[in-house]
Design a protein around this ligand. Structure first.
Ligand code: FE2
Length: 300
């Protein structure tokens, strides 16, 4: 997930290619930029729960340790947090069998993401590095668009570690460990999807303000709310769908206009992040998404 922000100037030109940076080639994590990151918005279900706020802020503070040390700190999730996970993951798992892309279903299993316990970012990070060279970097919350997407250029996904409030397990207005590890992380083991994500990251580093806005839409309608062809069927691969009971069932209802993916159309389609999505786009394959995006970013 991402939020809008003021843009900076584009970086000097560099090639739109796929490569796995070594540790030495990564920018310093301590230089990450963000704004209003520790504020819990008033509409958050945990906004008035002091105990929840303290726990969330403690887990968020581990991201600061990461930026200083480069090591991901495992979270000792308590029983109440594990209960939220078991409830949400079990119900989502049932929906995934019906609606999720076959690649995703297998990837989630291969990563050892189960309905029984909250996975640690450290273990998922190790598995990702072995498959597509993607890495995870803990973060305290929503980050501005260019900063967030630019890390994808280095095959790095910024990821929260805290979990949503127990009063509304089906809902969170900010990313949490459910959204990251059930929604996003399995798809980064797909080589074409990982390469595509890196191209979006390259785009964010090169983009002017207008192009950045277009990239935000492309990200929204693919990484967050994407559908993919699977033979004669349509399946979900976007994290905003795969991590939400309501959005996933809604995506396959007759209230949604499911359109064939057309990059030009996608980057000109507005969205509202606080409503159910009335329009979704169906890609023919991850490989095709990667190739049209490569050409698009090369035109920047
Ligand atoms: Fe997200």
């Amino acid at each position: 997930m991402l939020i809008e922000t003021a843009a900076k100037t584009a970086e000097p030109d560099f090639g739109v290619t796929n490569y796995c940076p070594s540790d030495a080639e990564l920018p310093a994590f301590r230089d990450m930029q963000f704004e209003d990151i520790n504020e819990l918005h008033l509409d958050h279900p945990g906004a008035n729960d002091l105990e929840y706020r303290e726990r969330r802020d403690y887990i968020a503070s581990l991201a600061k340790n990461f930026r200083e040390t480069g090591d991901i700190t495992d979270v000792e999730y308590n029983e109440s947090e594990q209960d939220i996970w078991r409830h949400v993951a079990t119900r989502l798992d049932e929906l995934h069998q019906k609606y999720a892309s076959p690649f995703y279903v297998k990837a989630k299993e291969d990563l050892g993401i189960t309905t029984q316990r909250i996975p640690q970012l450290s273990e998922l990070n190790n598995r990702l590095k072995e498959t597509t060279g993607f890495r995870l970097a803990p973060i305290e919350g929503l980050v501005e668009t260019r900063g967030f997407l630019s890390w994808l250029s280095y095959r790095v996904m910024l990821s929260t570690q805290y979990i949503r409030h127990h009063s509304r397990p089906e809902y969170t207005p900010e990313p949490d460990i459910v959204h990251e590890s059930i929604g996003h992380i399995p798809m980064f083991t797909n080589p074409a999807f990982a390469d595509y994500s890196q191209f979006v990251g390259h785009g964010a580093r090169k983009a002017n303000d207008e192009q950045l806005e277009a990239l935000g839409r492309l990200y929204w309608f693919t990484v967050e709310f994407g559908l993919v062809k699977d033979g004669s069927e349509t399946k979900a691969y976007g994290a905003g769908l795969l991590s939400s009971f309501g959005e996933l069932e809604h995506a396959f209802s007759d209230q949604v206009d499911r359109r064939p993916f057309d990059l030009e159309r996608v980057i000109n389609t507005d969205y509202n992040y606080s409503d159910m999505q009335p329009i979704l786009y169906v890609i023919p394959s991850y490989a095709e998404l990667k190739e049209v995006t490569r050409k698009y970013i090369e035109s920047f």
